[in-house]
Design a protein around this ligand. Structure first.
Ligand SMILES: [Zn+2]
Length: 141
């Protein structure tokens, strides 16, 4: 019994050491963005994304631009109605969460400093990610 307790304490101490050793900046800044899981519901031939509006609001993106990303990535039409996004198709449930992550990587997180405090700027059809933390301007694919 005492042996078990001992190993538990060791494990706790080890975890504390690992946490201490990890520099602040190495942590993924996505941690700072507490995004909910996309709640979707299929009805007939449509998919309803019920908590859609939380995403562009948390990411400080235009709801229509955000929707356009999904529309083009999933290659299906979609619209926003009463705060929900309605997709004219039945994409894999997992693809919404995966695309949110991809969107974060491509269009939110600054590739230079990892800050999520960024904005998108469009200039002559060229989309750039401008970081409000470090000022970096990165091309968006
Ligand atoms: Zn930055």
């Amino acid at each position: 019994m005492s042996q078990q307790k001992q190993s538990k304490e060791d494990y706790g101490a080890l975890l504390a050491r690992i946490r201490k050793a990890r520099p602040e900046s190495a942590g993924p800044s996505e941690d700072r963005l507490k995004l909910p899981a996309p709640q979707t519901m299929v009805s007939g031939k449509k998919t309803f994304w019920l908590n859609y509006m939380e995403f562009p609001s948390l990411l400080r993106r235009d709801p229509n631009d955000f929707l356009n990303y999904f529309r083009s990535q999933l290659a299906i039409n979609a619209s926003i109605e009463n705060g929900r996004a309605i997709f004219m198709g039945r994409p894999d449930k997992q693809s919404f969460a995966a695309l949110v992550q991809r969107y974060l990587k491509e269009r939110v997180i600054c590739p230079v400093c990892g800050s999520p405090d960024t904005r998108l700027e469009k200039n002559k059809q060229v989309l750039s990610l401008v970081c409000e933390a470090c000022g970096a301007r990165s091309a968006v694919k």
